[in-house]
Design a protein around this ligand. Structure first.
Ligand code: PMP
Ligand code: GLN
Length: 384
């Protein structure tokens, strides 16, 4: 492994999912739903396969049907107009969108400011791009995480090229509000920065609403927005994601993307085009279902003795394990299968400041109600 990647090793998600299988534990670690998305969307994929749509290389930027549907989604939900031909790019999941954006936009030596704790691929992709990550640590305050705008401002230097946002935020569940986004926008304009914003949990906001930073005045021109069908339609295995931005930025991202995968997910692209046209009721029910699961898991964790950060968005709950007399999330998560038959993720993996992240542990609630009920019962028995 070369020097750029040496520090990254195996992703925590692979390690913890393997641990869950090995120990027969309930896997609340890796964030994937245990119920597949809508039947009609699956049928659409089967039809595309059978009719020979997408079985050979689709167009590099994505099939026109999907690019049109993505543009319509951004327009109808957020009032953001994008030309499907030049301002939309289909990627192999949001993961490739993140990688291609950073590889295309970051010069070696550039600094990328990112919100810590951050989703694990950010650090690796910044490193692959030859950039330097500059973490701005989110602070727990009164049961929720907040972005300190002064710390953000202080993190920007003359070498900063990109602010990498993630809202709703994995793993903390924080959702950036208009005021915070306006401050980020002001900073980006003042220092002439690009914003790459990972909004894969855009449809999972329980308190407040999701605001894409691209909707703020002047931001469309300097923002690359990332979405994911894996998250929005519960098909994480299909690996369909997308980027929307200006033609110039999309062209840049596509330049990197074409040498990563060229294209991916042929027939699934057609199915996701149909999924994006599902009625509002799909999106409302999806959110309501996850909200109920949030309460179930958050309440259960509280009763078991964890301090809980009830998430405003995403399908993750971050907890503080110190009330259980524990302080090392890594050790806690490695022992958890044995102690409770449950798998979780130590938030320290998402931190450069490992000490700061040490006492926090993330649980996913994108699971069936009976599975969550079983998990909370096990945790109660082990800790309460
Ligand atoms: N960004 C965030 C914040 C995520 O949580 C995930 C998936 N867990 C991704 C990106 C990757 O999305 P995809 O599966 O579409 O590649
Ligand atoms: N994004 C998912 C999570 O945070 C996992 C994705 C992955 O396994 N790479 O759990």
């Amino acid at each position: 492994l070369n020097r750029r990647l040496a520090e990254f090793g195996t992703t925590i998600f692979a390690e913890m999912s393997a641990l869950a299988v090995r120990t027969g534990s309930i896997n609340l670690g890796q964030g994937f739903p245990d119920t597949d998305g809508p039947e009609e969307v699956r049928e659409a994929a089967v039809r595309a396969l059978r009719d020979g749509r997408g079985n050979q290389y689709p167009p590099g930027p994505g099939v026109p049907e999907l690019r049109t549907a993505i543009a319509a989604h951004q327009r109808d939900r957020y009032g953001l107009g994008y030309d499907p031909d030049t301002e939309v790019l289909v990627t192999a999941g949001a993961t490739e969108a993140i990688a291609a954006s950073l590889l295309a936009l970051v010069e070696p030596g550039d600094e990328v400011v990112a919100l810590e704790p951050y989703y694990d691929s950010y650090a690796a992709c910044i490193a692959m791009a030859g950039g330097t990550r500059v973490p701005v640590t989110l602070r727990p305050r009164e049961g929720a995480y907040v972005l300190d705008l002064d710390e953000l401002r202080d993190a920007v230097t003359d070498r900063t090229r990109v602010i990498l946002l993630n809202t709703p935020h994995n793993p903390t569940g924080m959702v950036l509000g208009r005021e915070e986004l306006a401050a980020v926008a002001e900073l980006a304009a003042e220092r002439d920065l690009l914003v790459v914003t990972d909004e894969v949990y855009e449809h999972l906001v329980f308190d407040g609403e999701h605001t894409p930073i691209a909707t703020l005045p002047g931001m469309r021109e300097r923002t690359v927005t990332i979405g994911s069908a894996g998250k929005t339609f519960s098909f994480t295995g299909w690996k369909v994601g997308w980027v929307t931005s200006t033609a110039e930025l999309v062209t840049a991202v596509r330049s990197a993307k074409q040498y990563l995968t060229y294209v991916a997910s042929g027939p699934f692209q057609y199915a996701v085009a149909e999924a994006l046209r599902l009625p509002d009721s799909y999106f409302e029910e999806f959110r309501a279902d996850m909200r109920g699961k949030r309460e179930l898991l958050a309440d259960g964790l509280e009763q078991a003795g964890f301090k809980v950060f009830r998430p405003a968005g995403t399908y993750f709950v971050t907890t503080d394990i110190r009330p259980l007399g524990e302080s090392d999330g890594f050790a806690f998560c490695r022992a958890l299968p044995e102690r409770a038959g449950v798998v979780a993720i130590p938030n320290a993996v998402f931190y450069d400041h490992k000490e700061t992240g040490a006492p926090y542990v993330r649980f996913a609630f994108c699971k069936r109600v009976d599975v969550l009920a079983d998990a909370t019962k096990r945790l109660y028995k082990a800790f309460a």
